[in-house]
Design a protein around this ligand. Structure first.
Ligand code: CTP
Length: 409
């Protein structure tokens, strides 16, 4: 049996990037031989094993043939006769289809090295189409390597377009899609992920609610970039530049979905888009089974982002409602993430990226004021049950009124 390092580890070493995990391919071996050497099998479907000591993945060289729709529709052919070249040709991109033996001899039959130098994301063969998840993977790699100047090869973009139109993307499971989406959003240029998906028509299939924002105008006075889709990408870009967590990035992507529903005769204004957008945000959240914290923040940011921008003008009672809605007393971190998303929204506008956002500190101050209300004295006064709740609210409102007066003094 011969063992080779493959895939991302070779690609990233050649790019001078840190290598985090290593995948191996084993040529000329059977499952029985792997088990006899102490390798542990992973799942029932794939001829993949974990090394007994390092825990790294070792896959038997295989060919893949698609036998039906969706992820279940694969048949594998793994046998000691499958060659390294046959294994590499069914992989997604040429830059991911290189292998290296223990002497660091490179096997590169599909010119991955040439494409690395040309900064091209190019599919290896028509077998690319056997796994529609690769449309998302290519968009993710485009986001990751955008800073190095990588682009998607035109013929690969065309194949991605065909896959998007074929209806194959709809067969992807929420879990597999979310894994790609969440990883892509955490790249340094997540907006490129959305751009590439849009370019190949996959955005229209995966997130039609986001796709619909392109071509929708906003008032130039607040949005010099005018286009809502362009604005959304800038907000996402700002979130990445400010190293925001996934929750905030997800909320940034979805915050303005309601603007895609505004009747054209109301353009460029979007009255009540915060409310009309909620059902769309909910639908996207559920489609990808986003984690609970992502879902929650996206809905809250969707509903309240204009409150955030108008923070300094809000009445004390509205400020209180906002803080109550966020349960800022028990969930201070979530409110911080809301503030961050609002700030990214304010900065994600053409020419306004560097502007200050005094609303952020103002909202933090308001939260501190409301939180400073002590419950003990109210208990001592004999309040309990719903009356106690009302008394706390009254005290918080008082505290916010004082806070407002002091802030405007
Ligand atoms: N691969 C593929 N098609 C997929 C998933 C993986 O062809 N849908 C192949 C590629 O050759 C890839 C290798 O399997 O390089 C390992 O996959 P994975 O670990 O998911 O990705 P990496 O390329 O290592 O990239 P990352 O750095 O994003 O983990």
């Amino acid at each position: 049996m011969q063992i080779y390092k493959v895939g991302g580890a070779i690609r990233d070493r050649l790019l001078g990037k840190p290598v985090t995990d290593i995948d191996w391919v084993v040529v000329g071996a059977t499952t029985e031989e792997m088990l006899a050497k102490g390798f542990r099998p992973v799942g029932a479907d794939f001829p993949v094993f974990l090394h007994p000591k390092s825990g790294e993945e070792y896959a038997l060289a295989r060919t893949e043939r698609k036998s039906g729709r969706g992820y279940g529709g694969f048949t594998f052919h793994a046998s000691p006769e499958v060659t390294l070249e046959e294994d590499l040709i069914r992989r997604d991109l040429t830059i991911n289809a290189m292998a290296e033996d223990d002497q660091q001899n490179l096997t590169d039959p599909y010119h991955g090295q040439r494409d690395l130098e040309a900064r091209l994301l190019r599919h290896v063969s028509p077998a690319f189409a056997e796994d529609p998840l690769r449309v998302l993977r290519v968009a993710r790699f485009a986001a990751r390597y955008a800073e190095l100047g990588f682009t998607v090869a035109p013929e690969t973009l065309e194949l991605m377009r065909q896959l998007s139109e074929s209806g194959e993307l709809e067969a992807l499971t929420a879990e597999r899609s979310w894994k790609e989406i969440s990883r892509a959003l955490m790249e340094d240029q997540p907006q490129v992920f959305i751009e590439v998906l849009r370019e190949c028509g996959a955005l229209k299939v995966l997130m039609p609610e986001v796709d619909a924002l392109f071509g929708v105008p906003q008032p130039e006075a607040h949005h010099p970039e005018i286009d809502t889709g362009v604005h959304t990408l800038s907000v996402l870009e700002q979130a990445a530049q400010h190293k925001q967590p996934l929750t905030v990035r997800w909320a940034c992507l979805l915050h303005d979905l309601g603007k895609g529903l505004t009747p054209e005769e109301e353009w460029p204004r979007h009255i009540a888009h915060e409310h009309t957008g909620l059902k769309l945000i909910k639908a996207v959240n559920e489609r990808f089974k986003a984690p609970k914290d992502c879902q929650e923040l996206a809905l809250l940011v969707g509903k309240y982002h204009t409150h955030g921008h108008r923070a300094l003008e809000l009445k004390a009672s509205t400020l209180l409602e906002l803080l109550q809605s966020f349960d800022v007393y028990r969930r201070p971190q979530r409110f911080e993430e809301f503030i961050a998303a609002c700030e990214m929204d304010a900065r994600g506008r053409k020419g306004l990226e560097q502007r200050s956002y005094p609303q952020a500190d103002y909202l933090r101050g308001a939260a501190t004021a409301a939180r400073s209300v002590a419950v003990q004295p109210l208990l001592e006064k004999g309040f309990n049950g719903p009356e106690l709740g009302e008394a706390i609210k009254r005290e918080r409102l008082k505290a916010l009124k004082v806070y407002k007066e002091n802030a405007s003094a």
